[in-house]
Design a protein around this ligand. Structure first.
Ligand code: ADP
Ligand code: ADP
Length: 233
């Protein structure tokens, strides 16, 4: 079954008596193991679709199944559970707790999930080791490079074994060398079976994916399979 199944989804904002169709009849199915890049001009609906996929925002109409589960009609506490258990988020600006160590940052989603401390620490250390930060467990964000901070946030996103990893401009705050490093990690995770959807303005970042979707005026303008490139520094 599909990880994501979105049918005829609409999201309309009313601004000063005017209607803005942020999502205008969007259909989107994503299978396990896909690596999708979303591109499109500013205002085309990229953030809105990511917020819908992340269950941060509900569409006005249509259907949305996440891992077979009907998201529309779920109660707020159910949505919070879906977000915590089924979705991993990675952001442009990392959103790490600045006073907390890497280990504590990665433990956070497992605290929300009610996991015992020993198990939490073991899994957080394992996730950080997996992204190459096994020697940075006790460091706080300001003791880490931008690329290392983004790797902490990737470990945090993956630690509850989500069905999908959503990344909103994950390389937008990184220099080109670090962008290569982060895209290499995404490709490695996808090779291991992790389903990834990312939004980017960077065509070279998008070329690392296996499927490229262009949004325009709240609609999917183009949706194509591509042969993924490896980035080089
Ligand atoms: P993108 O991420 O591609 O830049 P968005 O999804 O943020 O596009 O926005 C799509 C459209 O919806 C734009 O016209 C934007 O101005 C509008 N929009 C988004 N969020 C809101 C909001 N909270 N209130 C009003 N209009 C919004
Ligand atoms: P920006 O592109 O301005 O840096 P971000 O990528 O930081 O924005 O955040 C993208 C969206 O995710 C925002 O709408 C923000 O409100 C939301 N967001 C930020 N942090 C979290 C979080 N920890 N959990 C869920 N949603 C978040």
């Amino acid at each position: 079954s599909h990880v994501i199944d979105i049918r005829h989804v609409r999201k309309t904002y009313r601004v000063g008596g005017q209607e803005i169709h942020a999502l205008n009849d969007v259909n989107l199915s994503i299978e396990q193991g896909e690596f999708v890049a979303i591109m499109g001009p500013s205002g085309s609906g990229k953030s809105t679709i990511m917020n819908v996929l992340g269950c941060l925002d509900l569409p006005d109409s249509g259907e949305f199944y996440l891992d077979g589960y009907p998201v529309l009609g779920a109660k707020p506490y159910e949505l919070a559970l879906i977000r915590n258990r089924k979705i991993g988020f990675v952001f442009q600006k990392f959103h790490l707790l600045s006073r907390s160590t890497s280990l504590a940052n990665v433990e956070l989603p497992m605290i929300y999930a009610g996991m015992p401390a020993r198990e939490r620490k073991r899994r957080a250390a394992e996730a950080l080791t997996h992204v190459g930060l096994g020697d940075r467990l006790k460091n706080k964000p300001n003791e880490l490079s931008g690329g290392q901070q983004q790797r902490v946030s990737i470990a945090r996103a993956l630690v509850n074994d989500p069905v999908i990893l959503l990344a909103d401009e994950p390389t937008g705050a990184l220099d080109s060398r670090t962008t290569v490093e982060i895209m290499d990690i995404f490709q490695r995770l996808n090779d291991q079976g992790i389903t990834i959807v990312l939004v980017t303005h960077d065509a070279e970042v998008a070329a690392c994916a296996k499927r490229l979707i262009y949004f325009r005026d709240g609609r999917i303008e183009k949706d194509e399979r591509i042969t993924p490139r490896r980035m080089t520094a």
